[in-house]
Design a protein around this ligand. Structure first.
Ligand code: HEC
Length: 274
């Protein structure tokens, strides 16, 4: 009883699933809505979805019980022009446009997979029993548009509408005089897509899973470039650490040209420390 009371006082509602049925917090433009796992498992739109190449499970095939994401988002007023942030239990925070999450049918379509307590999914790694559940963002036809592994957040706790990144995190922006087509701007987009879910830059960002990449020193200042490239491709090939949480990023996830643009952005930001 005492523990439950403390929990109520200390923990915001999204952590309450630790003490009750797992729930997903949906925050649109009005007040937040909690969706309980058990209720979602009885959702009228629930269906079986087969995934051929599942990034959470070694790119193997998987089958899920899932709900199309669009109607869930629309039910809390999320629109195409919104910026949507998805937070995972381990602190991974991914950014989406409302447009990509709401698109459907012949282009990539997002589904929310829901784990059933009676039939849990396999463990993600051999070292722990944790699965991708209770809520996992999966895609049908992900090849038609570029939906890479970082767009498949698992162990989701909340989905929220946020102001655009440029407003919330102005100090991750490059010099405004740069042309729209400048590779440094492309590099920032790649940073947002592949690194920002875990790293801050100029202390801005939602996730603190990994260290800041620009301050007090930029990683481009204290790593040699070849080692930095190698680390980004395969962190464990540079230093062995069983607790290491940074995933390897192969050439499919981050092409050689994109890695060049990303490094150009990181080098550029050395002059824009905050
Ligand atoms: C899933 C989370 C995650 C993602 C995505 C991620 N990182 Fe990391 N990164 C980490 C963590 C955690 C560490 C600390 C070492 C570890 O746990 O492996 C780290 C460490 C690093 C380091 C070493 C810092 C130091 O000096 O010790 C660099 C450099 C780095 N990341 C760059 C990047 C870049 C660039 C990207 C995007 C291309 C990226 N990371 C994407 C989680 C992530």
């Amino acid at each position: 009883m005492r523990l439950a009371l403390i929990a109520l006082v200390l923990f915001p509602s999204h952590l309450m699933p630790l003490f009750a049925d797992p729930a997903l917090l949906l925050q649109g433009t009005a007040s937040p809505v909690l969706h309980m796992q058990q209720v979602l498992l009885r959702h009228i739109q629930l269906r079986t979805v087969h995934i051929e190449t599942d990034p959470a499970y070694h790119n193997g095939p998987m089958t899920y019980q899932a709900i199309p994401l669009a109607p869930l988002l629309q039910s809390v007023g999320i629109r195409e022009t919104d910026s949507v942030q998805i937070t995972s239990q381990d602190g991974f925070v991914s950014q989406f446009s409302g447009k990509e999450l709401l698109q459907s049918t012949n282009t990539a379509q997002a589904f929310l997979a829901i784990e059933s307590p009676d039939r849990p999914w396999p463990a993600l790694a051999t070292s722990s029993s944790a699965t991708a559940g209770p809520f996992y963002l999966i895609w049908q036809h992900p090849k038609t548009t570029r939906i890479e592994q970082e767009k498949w957040p698992y162990q989701i706790t909340r989905i929220e509408v946020k102001a655009p990144l440029s407003q919330r995190f102005p100090h991750i922006l490059p010099d405004p005089i740069l042309a729209d087509t400048d590779p440094i701007r492309q590099g920032m987009q790649i940073f947002i897509q592949t690194c920002f879910a875990c790293h801050t830059l100029n202390r801005e960002g939602e996730s603190h899973l990994g260290p800041d990449l620009n301050v007090p020193l930029s990683v481009t200042e204290y790593w040699t470039e070849p080692m930095l490239r190698r680390f980004i491709r395969d962190p464990q090939s540079v230093r062995s650490w069983s607790q290491g949480k940074m995933p390897p990023l192969d050439e499919k996830t981050l092409t050689p040209a994109q890695l060049d643009q990303l490094l150009a952005y990181l080098r550029h930001m050395v002059q824009r420390k905050k």
